[in-house]
Design a protein around this ligand. Structure first.
Ligand SMILES: CC(=O)N[C@H]1[C@@H](OP(=O)(O)OP(=O)(O)OC[C@H]2O[C@@H](n3ccc(=O)[nH]c3=O)[C@H](O)[C@@H]2O)O[C@H](CO)[C@@H](O)[C@@H]1O[C@H](C)C(=O)N[C@@H](C)C(=O)N[C@H](CCC(=O)O)C(=O)O
Ligand SMILES: Nc1ncnc2c1ncn2[C@@H]1O[C@H](COP(=O)(O)OP(=O)(O)OP(=O)(O)O)[C@@H](O)[C@H]1O
Ligand SMILES: N[C@H](CCC[C@H](N)C(=O)O)C(=O)O
Ligand SMILES: [Mg+2]
Length: 488
C-alpha cells in the first residue's frame, strides 16, 4: 500500500481532480485485474483504448484513474489524474511503487535486433561464476539469482520489471542484466529505470510492421541510449553501420567494441569451429564454447561490460572460457552412428538466419549436406518472409519451409509469402511441409551420414501457437526423437 501522491512523484501532471493523499493497494493497467483500492492507468493500446474500461475499473473499486482524456462523467469518490503520456506515467509510477529498485543494484540493458538474449544470459552466467548474486530479465526466462520465473515478453511491462527488480534487491542481488526490446522502448516499459550501462548489439530487419520504417526502428533503439545518465557507460558495436549513431546524443561514457574497427575493445578470431571460438581480446587469448563469428561479438561485448563494471581482466577471461551456450541458440548434438549434427537456433530474422548458415558453412569440414527447416511467425512483420526464404535457399543444400508460430494467420498464406523470395536457381532445393513436426521428420529422413540439419526460428520455445492456441512443441526433443527412431 502507498499514498497516491508519492506514487506520482516525478510524473508530469496536467489536471488533478480529487484527493492525492489516498492509499493505493496496487497499480493496474488492465481493468480485469482491478480490485478495491487500486489505481487504474488507462493506456491507448495497439488493439483497444484503455479509456474504454474506466467505468468498469471504477465499478470494480478503483480509487484513482490515471488517464490522458477525462471522461464526461466523474465519480466523486474517485481521483482523476490527467497526464499527457500514460505509458510514461505508468513506468514512473511503477518505479516509485517498488521504491526504485533499479537504483539499488547495477542494471545493464542490452538492445539490438539480434544477440540480446545471448549477451544478457552470458553476462548473468559470468557474474554468477565470479561470485556475485545476479538477475536476468530475458526472452527465455527471468532469474532472480537462482529462482526461475516464467515470462511471455522479452521486455515485460514496467510493473513486472520493477516487481522483479525489487525481489532481486530484497535478496541482495548486485547486478541485473536485462533485454531491452524496441517494443519495450517505444511503449516506455523501461522509462524511469536507472541503468548503470547499455549495450548495442546490431541493427537489421525486424518488426517493421510495428515501427513503420527502418529509420523509425533505429531511432527507437537510439532513444534508449539518449536517455542514459551521465555516470553510465554505453558500449556500442562499431562494426555495425548503426553502431556510431547510438552514441550521438548520449550523456553517458561512450565506448566501442569491434572485430573490424580499431576501438576501445577489440577481438580477433583465431579459430572458429564446431567446438567453439579461439579469440584474441585486447591482446589476450581466450577460448569460448560459443560458436560462430556473431558470437565473437557477443563474447567481446560481455568482456567489455564486465571490465566496465570493475571486474578483473584476467579473472573475466578465465570465467569466459567456462561459459555454456544459451538455450535454443546454436544448440546442437551429433548422432553416434552416422554423425548427423542437428542444430536448433532461434534465428527468426533475415540477418540471424544468414549468420547462422554462414557459420555452418564456414565450419563444416566434409562434403556433407546442410538441410534447413524454417518458417516465419504470424502476426509479425511479413516483409521479412521472402528475405528469410531467399537466404535459407541460397545458403543450404536442401530447405523445408514449414510453419513457425502462425498465431492468428493462415499458415499457408505465410508460406506463400516466403516462397516468393526463392530465386529460380534454388527452386529444386526447396519443398514445403505445412506441419512442423512432419517437416522435422522429413529432414531427419533426408539426412545421410555427416549431414547437418538446421531447425531455425523457435529455439528455446516449448510451444507452437496456431489459431491463438499454444500446444506443446519442442524442436530439440522432436528432432532427437526422429533421429533416434530412424536409428541414424
Ligand atoms: C503490440 C504490443 O506490443 N502489445 C503489447 C501492449 O498491448 P496493447 O497495447 O496491444 O494492448 P491493447 O490490447 O490494445 O489494450 C490497451 C490497454 O487496454 C487494457 N484493457 C484491455 C481490455 C480490457 O478488457 N481491459 C483493459 O483494461 C489493456 O490492459 C491495455 O493496457 O501492451 C501489453 C502490456 O504490456 C503487452 O502484453 C502487449 O504485448 C503483446 C501481447 C505482444 O505480442 N507483444 C510483442 C509484439 C512484444 O512486445 N514483443 C517484444 C519484442 C520481441 C523482440 O524483441 O523480438 C517484447 O519485448 O516481448
Ligand atoms: N550478435 C549477434 N549478431 C547477429 N546474430 C546473432 C547474434 N547473436 C545471436 N544471433 C542470432 O540471432 C538469434 C537470436 O539470438 P538472441 O536470442 O540472442 O537474440 P535476441 O536479440 O534476444 O532476439 P529477440 O529479439 O527475439 O529477443 C540466434 O539464435 C542467432 O541465430
Ligand atoms: N520476439 C520475437 C520472437 C519471434 C519468434 C518466432 N518463433 C515467431 O514466433 O515469430 C517476436 O515476438 O517477434
Ligand atoms: Mg531475446
Amino acid at each position: 500500500m502507498m499514498i497516491l501522491k508519492d506514487i506520482l512523484y516525478k510524473v508530469s501532471l496536467d489536471i488533478v481532480i480529487g484527493a492525492t493523499d489516498v492509499a493505493i493497494n496496487q497499480i493496474q493497467f488492465d481493468s480485469r485485474a482491478i480490485e478495491k483500492g487500486d489505481a487504474f492507468v488507462a493506456l491507448k493500446g495497439t488493439a483497444v483504448d484503455g479509456h474504454e474500461y474506466i467505468e468498469k475499473a471504477v465499478s470494480q473499486g478503483a480509487t484513482a484513474i490515471i488517464l490522458e482524456e477525462l471522461p464526461d462523467y466523474q465519480e466523486e469518490s474517485v481521483t482523476y489524474v490527467k497526464v499527457s503520456n500514460a505509458h510514461n506515467a505508468l513506468a514512473l509510477m511503477a518505479a516509485n511503487f517498488y521504491d526504485n529498485p533499479s537504483k539499488q543494484l547495477k542494471l545493464v540493458g542490452v538492445t539490438g535486433t539480434n544477440g540480446k538474449t545471448t549477451t544478457t544470459s552470458l553476462l548473468y552466467q559470468l557474474f554468477k561464476k565470479s561470485g556475485f548474486k545476479a538477475g536476468l530479465i530475458s526472452t527465455v526466462e527471468i532469474l532472480i539469482n537462482e529462482k526461475v520465473v516464467a515470462t511471455k515478453h522479452t521486455t515485460p511491462d514496467p510493473l513486472t520489471i520493477n516487481k522483479h527488480l525489487a525481489d532481486m534487491v530484497s535478496i541482495g542481488v548486485d547486478y541485473c542484466f536485462m533485454e531491452v526490446s524496441s517494443h519495450g522502448i517505444a511503449q516506455e516499459r523501461v522509462t524511469g529505470l536507472e541503468f548503470a550501462g547499455g549495450i548495442f548489439t546490431n541493427l537489421s530487419h525486424d518488426h517493421l510492421d510495428y515501427h513503420n520504417s527502418f529509420a523509425e526502428y533505429r531511432n527507437v533503439k537510439k532513444r534508449f541510449f539518449d536517455d542514459m545518465p551521465k555516470h553510465a557507460f554505453v558500449l556500442t558495436n562499431l562494426d555495425d553501420k548503426n553502431g556510431a549513431v547510438m552514441l550521438q546524443n548520449t550523456k553517458a561514457r561512450k565506448l566501442g567494441y569491434a572485430l573490424k574497427t580499431y576501438t576501445d575493445y577489440r577481438a580477433q578470431i583465431i579459430e572458429n569451429q564446431f567446438g567453439g571460438l579461439l579469440l584474441k581480446i585486447n591482446e589476450h587469448e581466450v577460448w569460448s564454447k560459443m560458436v560462430g563469428q556473431f558470437n565473437a561479438y557477443n563474447v567481446l561485448a560481455i568482456y567489455a561490460c564486465a571490465i566496465e563494471l570493475g571486474l578483473d581482466e584476467i579473472e573475466v577471461l578465465e570465467v569466459i572460457s567456462q561459459l555454456q551456450g544459451v538455450s535454443g541458440r546454436f544448440q546442437y548434438f551429433t548422432t553416434v552412428e552416422n554423425k548427423i549434427t542437428a542444430i536448433v537456433d532461434y534465428a527468426h530474422t533475415p540477418d540471424a538466419l544468414k549468420n547462422v548458415l554462414e557459420t555452418i558453412n564456414s565450419i563444416r569440414t566434409r562434403n556433407e549436406k546442410v538441410i534447413t527447416v524454417v518458417g516465419c511467425g504470424g502476426d509479425r512483420d511479413n516483409t521479412k518472409r521472402p528475405k528469410m526464404a531467399h537466404i535459407a535457399a541460397a545458403l543450404s543444400d536442401q530447405v523445408i519451409f514449414t510453419s513457425d508460430n502462425p498465431r492468428t494467420e493462415d499458415p499457408q498464406k505465410i508460406l506463400d509469402d516466403m516462397e516468393k523470395g526463392v530465386q529460380p536457381q534454388d527452386f529444386k532445393k526447396t519443398i514445403t511441409i505445412l506441419d512442423r513436426r512432419q517437416a522435422i521428420k522429413a529432414a531427419a529422413k533426408m539426412a545421410d551420414k555427416n549431414d547437418i540439419i538446421l531447425i531455425a526460428g523457435k529455439g528455446h520455445e516449448t510451444y507452437q501457437e496456431i489459431n491463438g492456441v499454444r500446444s506443446d512443441f519442442n524442436d530439440r526433443t522432436i528432432i532427437a526423437d526422429f533421429l533416434n527412431q530412424l536409428q541414424k
